[in-house]
Design a protein around this ligand. Structure first.
Ligand code: SDX
Length: 403
């Protein structure tokens, strides 16, 4: 094929779009949402305020923020039929399988989101009705992400679903739905609520990671955003991506005590084990989010008490950071290395950790989806080519003549 060139394995050094949303400098360890450094946002903003920033491009005024927050919270309610959906899973189903299916199920409630019923041009800049339709999809997916996650959590425990009272924050409503056991006047612990909000904020977007690429690849056929988000959820589930926060804890449990770290490091160097939570396709010095997570962990441990795996994690971190094998390969802790310790300290089940990655990341997926739907010249389906390396033309042979 003339002019075609195969992208490096894993799309290394391949840009498939131009984007105004998130900026990463992998060499300098820089991450900015619409130009704002992640360190400033983590210290002063909130997850929902950053959601508005990522999706619409500027920090909201107070009234824009209040409207966005009330719409997201209002759309957080799920149709009671969804309870039957969740109860149809095996009692020990992985919550990521449940959540992936739930997003696809969600799309079946909203035929107006189905492009086939609406023709090709669903959303147009300046067309108020279509922009309001797009906003409604965005409110629903962000609002219901926490509700679906909480449903997956409670159905596993044989508990009824609870609707949070008004007046709680987005993260507070989520914790209410997760933890409420019927006690009167339950309110989430403010330190844990703030810590989880910081974790949501720093997980909100990360430009074209595998799951965001999956969402855009899927959405490029003009399917509804619920189905595209379900596809992104499936991609994020993998241990090389969002599943790493669960894999890190399983790794630390398998190592056990800090004195077992040197043997583990040697096994990694012999490629018998993977050091989950280390390495990154883009960051080649450090993942700026890992420092924010590490600091947040101290605030959480002050409330919950230290996790006995922390010593092992710190020993593993220190050993890897000064070992030539990792230095030469530019491997440093990524966002997943410390986050699992926080989720564990907060009492979330181990296999629920990737769900805590999806809930905030639907924001980044939607920001990129909106950018694609409104791009100049309309949406073009993503259909890459290949370089064919198979056999030349050959003729069919009846089965009795084959060797
Ligand atoms: C996330 O893309 C994103 O932005 C993702 C994310 C986001 O916010 O969306 O940041 C979230 O997914 C973070 C990454 C979570 N995954 C893990 O922690 C799993 C462990 N990490 C590795 O699997 C790996 O580092 C990746 C998948 C993250 C990146 O892999 P790359 O870019 O394809 O790098 P590579 O496999 O080519 O590694 C380069 C070298 C190789 O050694 P050599 O074969 O050249 O000798 O580094 C080695 C790798 O073997 N290596 C590791 C390692 N990661 C890479 N060796 C041991 N342990 C590791 N963790």
């Amino acid at each position: 094929e003339k002019g075609l060139r195969v992208a490096d394995k894993g799309f290394l050094n391949t840009a498939v779009i131009q984007s105004r949303i998130t900026y990463i400098d992998g060499e300098a360890g820089v991450l900015r949402y619409r130009g704002y450094p992640i360190e400033q946002l983590a210290g002063r903003s909130s997850h929902l305020e950053c959601a508005y920033l990522l999706i619409y491009g500027s920090l909201p005024t107070r009234s824009q923020h209040n409207h966005f927050e009330s719409e997201v919270l209002r759309h957080g309610v799920m149709h009671s039929d969804a309870q039957t959906f969740f109860r149809s899973f095996r009692y020990d189903a992985h919550p990521m399988s449940m959540l992936t299916s739930a997003f696809a199920m969600l799309g079946s409630y909203y035929p107006e989101a189905n492009p086939s019923l609406q023709g090709q041009r669903l959303y147009t800049e300046g067309d108020r009705t279509s922009l309001e339709n797009m906003d409604r999809q965005i409110y629903r997916i962000i609002g219901k992400a926490t509700t679906l996650a909480a449903m997956a959590y409670r159905v596993r425990q044989g508990r009824d679903f609870v609707t949070p009272p008004t007046g709680l924050s987005y993260t507070g409503s989520f914790l209410y739905q997760m933890d409420h056991l019927g006690e009167e006047n339950y309110a989430p612990n403010p330190v844990l609520e703030k810590a989880l909000d910081v974790l949501f904020l720093i997980h909100a977007d990360h430009e074209l990671n595998a799951s965001c690429t999956t969402v855009l690849q899927t959405a490029s056929s003009l399917v509804d955003p619920y189905s595209a988000v379900a596809a992104g959820c499936a991609s994020l589930y993998g241990p090389l991506h969002g599943g790493a926060n669960e894999a890190v804890i399983r790794m630390l449990i398998s190592i056990g005590k800090p004195e077992n770290v040197p043997a583990f490091i040697e096994a990694v160097k012999r490629r018998e084990k993977t050091l989950s939570g280390f390495g990154h396709r883009v960051y080649k010095t450090s993942d700026p989010r890992s420092f924010i997570v590490r600091k947040t962990a101290d605030a959480v441990f002050a409330v919950t008490g230290k996790d006995e795996l922390l010593e092992t994690a710190m020993a593993l971190h220190d050993a890897a950071m000064k070992d030539e094998y990792f230095i030469k390969r530019k491997l440093a802790p990524n966002v997943d290395f410390w986050s699992g310790l926080i989720y564990r300290a907060m009492g979330f089940p181990l296999d629920f950790f990737p769900v805590l990655f999806v809930v905030p990341r639907v924001v980044g997926w939607l920001a990129h989806w909106r950018q694609m739907m409104l791009q100049e010249g309309g949406v073009k389906i993503w259909r890459p080519r290949q370089i064919y390396t198979g056999s030349g033309k050959r003729d069919y042979m009846p089965v009795d003549e084959r060797g």
